[in-house]
Design a protein around this ligand. Structure first.
Ligand code: ZN
Length: 253
């Protein structure tokens, strides 16, 4: 199994990163760490070299933390993505978050920033990892104009079943199921209806642990795989093999 979306580069793991990676190695074939912004991207890349062949990196600019950025900050991250294009496995996480952001002007800004990265993914033919909370449908429609993005991932998908069906109908579009599926009945219902060939697994560590107090970690992706087996009514080994194959394909690892 594989954790296709986590943030082990965060300072939450500065005290015991080696142990966290060791625990992940005992269960997983790897994890994909996503940068949030300039500094986080650097740390993520460094980490992928340190745990080479196990940790992979994607460079992003998180919608909520970047919505007030200056033009220079945006340009710097774009340049950083271009410079390291061959060392990262995808662009992300980038996107729009209309759950946390209700201000109209800021939502518009999030959209503008997101499109800059969509264009990079299209131009450089790089997979795109999307954070699309309460904006899934808008994002899906926006991507209609881009034909050269090789693979698209809706990380931590939480949109409607109806949209999930439309996403699953598109070639090379995937939805990632997080550890949230272990305790959220809404996510259980949702992921019981999504075809397994379109599902990736993730933890979004340090977020989305079993309890609010806990820090999540990549090894816990096993819990999501087990829950998926239960709700999809399949053997854990089938879920494991298929989601792993999906991840190999999406990220080219
Ligand atoms: Zn994330």
């Amino acid at each position: 199994m594989i954790d296709t979306h986590c943030h082990v580069n965060f300072k939450d793991y500065d005290e015991d990163r080696d142990e966290v990676v060791e625990r992940a190695k005992a269960k997983l074939i790897g994890f994909i760490d996503s940068g949030f912004g300039y500094e986080s991207n650097i740390k993520s890349l460094k980490q992928s070299k340190e745990y080479e062949g196990f940790a992979y990196s994607t460079f992003g600019f998180h919608p909520v933390s970047s919505q007030n950025c200056t033009q220079k900050e945006l340009d710097d991250v774009k340049e950083q993505v271009i410079t390291h294009m061959d060392e990262i496995v995808a662009i992300g996480e980038v996107g729009m978050d209309f759950y946390y952001c209700t201000d109209k002007a800021l939502r518009e800004r999030q959209k503008e920033i997101f499109l800059e990265f969509v264009e990079l993914a299209d131009e450089y033919k790089k997979p795109l990892v999307i954070h699309g909370r309460d904006a899934e449908k808008k994002i899906f429609n926006m991507l209609e104009d881009y034909d050269d993005i090789p693979r698209v991932v809706f990380h931590c998908y939480g949109g409607s079943v109806k949209l999930a069906r439309r996403i699953a109908d598109k070639d090379e579009y995937y939805m990632s199921c997080s550890t949230q599926v272990c305790y959220s009945t809404a996510h259980q219902e949702l992921f019981s209806k999504i075809p397994l060939e379109r599902i990736l697994t993730e933890t979004d560590s340090p977020y989305l642990a079993m309890t609010k107090e806990e820090r999540n970690e990549p090894a816990n992706v096993a819990l999501a795989v087990e829950k998926l087996a239960e709700i999809q009514n399949m053997d854990v080994s089938i879920i494991d093999e298929t989601t792993e194959a999906n991840a190999h394909h999406v990220f080219g690892i």
